[in-house]
Design a protein around this ligand. Structure first.
Ligand code: FES
Length: 136
């Protein structure tokens, strides 16, 4: 993204990125906004009816995290003595898995569940009148 002549960031712009029906529950939409050096690619996700949006740049090495698999969190089930009962999907958490090296991000926070210092950059998203708008 460019800066202005005085070194400040350019003003935020709001884009209509599509209809509400284009992002189903547990689904996503990846769009590139702007042009040239100002272009930004973002992912928009829906989980439990709410939208979340992040810049499509993995905090690990810059991979296209928003284009990776969408999966439920995997948790290890333990008995009373902390012995493993195997792994199970936890549908209460939805993760995005970066396709380059597998870093996962909680879609509601944008943070890696085990390393919260690794996070996607959140982007403002809202929905009104059946349309989705993103501000970058
Ligand atoms: S760049 Fe995303 S996991 Fe490495």
């Amino acid at each position: 993204m460019t800066t202005t002549l005085d070194g400040s960031a350019p003003p935020a712009r709001t884009y209509d990125v599509g209809g509400s029906d284009e992002v189903a529950e547990r689904g996503r939409l990846v769009v590139t906004l702007g042009e040239g050096t100002d272009a930004v690619t973002v992912g928009v996700f829906r989980f439990r009816g709410r939208l979340y949006s992040y810049e499509n740049v993995c905090a690990h090495q810059g991979g296209p995290a928003c284009q990776g698999r969408i999966v439920s969190r995997v948790r290890e089930r333990l008995d009373a003595e902390k012995r493993s009962l195997g792994l199970a999907f936890d549908d209460d958490e939805m993760h995005i898995v970066c396709p380059w090296h597998g870093f996962e991000y909680d879609v509601t926070t944008g943070r890696h569940p085990g390393r919260p210092d690794y996070a996607l950059r959140a982007v403002s998203v809202d929905e009104e009148g059946g349309r989705i708008r993103v501000t970058v």
